[in-house]
Design a protein around this ligand. Sequence first.
Ligand code: FPP
Length: 245
Amino acid sequence: MQSDFHAERASMLHVGIIMDGNGRWAVRRGLSRLRGHEAGVEAIRRVVEAAPDQGVGTLTLYAFSSDNWRRPRTEVAGLMALLRFYLANEVQSLVKNGVRLKVIGRRDRLPDGIAAAIGRAEQATAQGRTLNLRIAVDYSARDAILNAAARLAGAAGAPTRQQFSDLVTGEADLRDVDLIIRTSGEQRLSDFLLWEGAYAELHFTETMWPDFDAEHLAEAVSAFHHRERRFGGLDALPLAPAASL
Ligand code: FPP
C-alpha cells in the first residue's frame, strides 16, 4: 500500500540534483568559496519554487556528502553555518509554499544544535503537499544501502525490493529518482542515490550551480521527457513504476 503522500506524487517526477560548481563560480569572480555556497542557497530557492510547476513532486538536493568532511575546516564550518541559517530562516517560506522538508543522511556528526534544528524544520513543514524536498547532508548512498542491509541482518527470508527500498530511502513508498542533474560539467554520481537511481536518466550541464535557475530546470525536465525509458524491456514507458522494478 502506498502512503497517501507518495500516492499523490505517483504521476510526478522525482528529480535529484548534484549542486556542483559553487567554488569555481566564486573563485572566477574573485570571491571566497563560501560566497559561492551562499549563492548556491539562492539557486536552491529558485529551483524549489519552480519545481512543482514543472511536474516535479520530489526534489532531492545533495548539499553535503559524507566525503565533504575532508574539506578545509573553515569551508566545512561555513557550510554548516549556512545549513543552520537555512533551517532557521527558510521554514516560513517553505510552509507558505507547501513544501515538506526532509533531511537525509547522518545527523550524529553534525555540529551542536543542527540535528535539533532539522527536527524542528521537518515537523514545521510536515503538512506540505506541493513539494517533497529532501536535502542530503552528511549523506553517502553506499552507507544508506549498508545501513539498510545491517538493519535486516538476522531477519528471516530476503526482503522485497520495496521493503529494502523503504529502508534505504527512509521513506515508505518513495518514488525512484527519475532524473539526476549534475551541474558544472562534472559527469559522475559521487555516491548519490545509487539504489533509487538504478534507472535514473542523467543530465549533465556546464552551468555552475549558483547560476542554475527555473529555465535550466525546465531544460533538463524537457530533455528527460524526450528520452525513451524502457527499463530493460522493449517498449517505452511514460513514467517509472517506483521501486517495484
Ligand atoms: C559543490 O560545489 C557544492 C557543495 C559541496 C555544497 C552544496 C551546498 C550548497 C548549494 C549550499 C548549502 C546548502 C544548504 C541547504 C544550506 P563545490 O564547492 O565542490 O564547487 P567546485 O567543484 O567548483 O569547487
